[in-house]
Write a protein that binds this ligand. Sequence first.
Ligand code: GDP
Ligand code: MG
Length: 453
Amino acid sequence: MFDNLSDRLGGVFDKLKGRGALKEQDVRDAMREVRIALLEADVALPVARRFIDAVTEKAVGQEVLKAVSPGQQVVKIVHDELVRTLGGDPDDPQSSMAGEGLILEAKPPVVIMMVGLQGSGKTTTTAKLGKLIREKHGKKAMMASLDVNRPAAQEQLAVLGEQVDIATLPIVAGQQPVDIARRAMESARLQNFDVLLLDTAGRLHVDAALMAEMKAVSQVSTPTEVLLVVDSLTGQDAVNVAKSFTDEVPLTGVVLTRMDGDARGGAALSMRAVTGKPIKFAGTGEKLDAIEPFRPGSVADRILGMGDVVSLVEKAAATIKEEEAEQLAKNFEKGKFDLNDLRMQLKQMQNMGGLGMLAGMMPGMKKAKAAMAASNMDDKVLVHMDAIIGSMTAKERAHPGVMNAKRKKRVAAGSGTDVQTVNKLLKMHQEMGRAMKQIKKMGGLKGLAAMFG
Ligand code: GDP
Ligand code: MG
């Protein structure tokens, strides 16, 4: 159902292959595809629109990297902006965001109030947090259910409390939410609990009565944290839910549940955009330890559905020196390929994460990867080869034909390898030179690129 965004962008950008800056019209064309990807990922429409305007501005005028297609580059720009919008750091996308976790430094009992629609996962998350507060923070929590709407809702929390060994406030029939909250605070204070978790009632849809109740409870309990619990499968409605709660209670963060399901993460972007609050946790299952810090990087990946493209572009941008690449290409076209050229090429391979990594990321490279594995050419070999060429004189590098037995012995000793390895390198260079002539006959680098494209 979901096409790969970078594949789709490939078409848009075919005409831009080569060099230059990303042009406004091309970026706009690409953003049409990005917009579809966002909507498919359940990002709310107004949020998607705003996001795209921001990214378009950033992308226009950026230099096109030679090592990747403009389509891939735009995906990377979009990805970085997603990570940033979700509260993360694009340079460290797998880290969880700043301000992660719970604020527990306040006068005990610190109150954490859970709000959200019915079925969003409030009660389950309350128990998960009670357990996490004991295990990760070493603090003692008590839980209280203020849900007097749904039959047996309070009992549900008591059962979960027993499972995770977290105390729950004894149930008193007929009491209203605000009174339960007051009693819970008094009880937590008397029994020296560090933290009080208030699980509240939800409704199927946002309504005035629910909002009035949330407001009243937050006023009497002065919570340090008010966490909006949202099902990540919530689609376009996410914005309305977030708006209603933001207007009525002082939200401090969001918990996205059911991230273990096939949600594409769009709700995260909507939540973040509308509430402006950090997404603190992701619920990843029904079990009571299935809760994790929210990771902006992996959610951005999920929204774009594109796996390795981002890391390929990152590596290319960080490591390929434009001039070196250009020099190589020029030499290549001229049919010049000495050991200096080989060395430059080896270095680029190494910078990009080694042979296996590179082969694994490029479409259509599976065969090449298998061949490398079969020939035992691993990354250590790259290091050795670099050392060997480094031990040669300038003359030897430019004219490998002069390498005789005596020279080979000297180079082997200088590079910490042996003559056999030096021979292997020279042979490989010869073969690559031959392959290069072949490629030249087939129309040069452009022909080769067409084969991979
Ligand atoms: P509440 O009405 O907001 O209190 O929602 P509940 O906590 O009662 O959860 C409703 C259902 O969602 C229960 O069956 C939970 O087990 C399930 N649930 C809650 N969080 C998650 C989650 O992160 N992943 C999955 N797969 N199920 C969840
Ligand atoms: Mg509940």
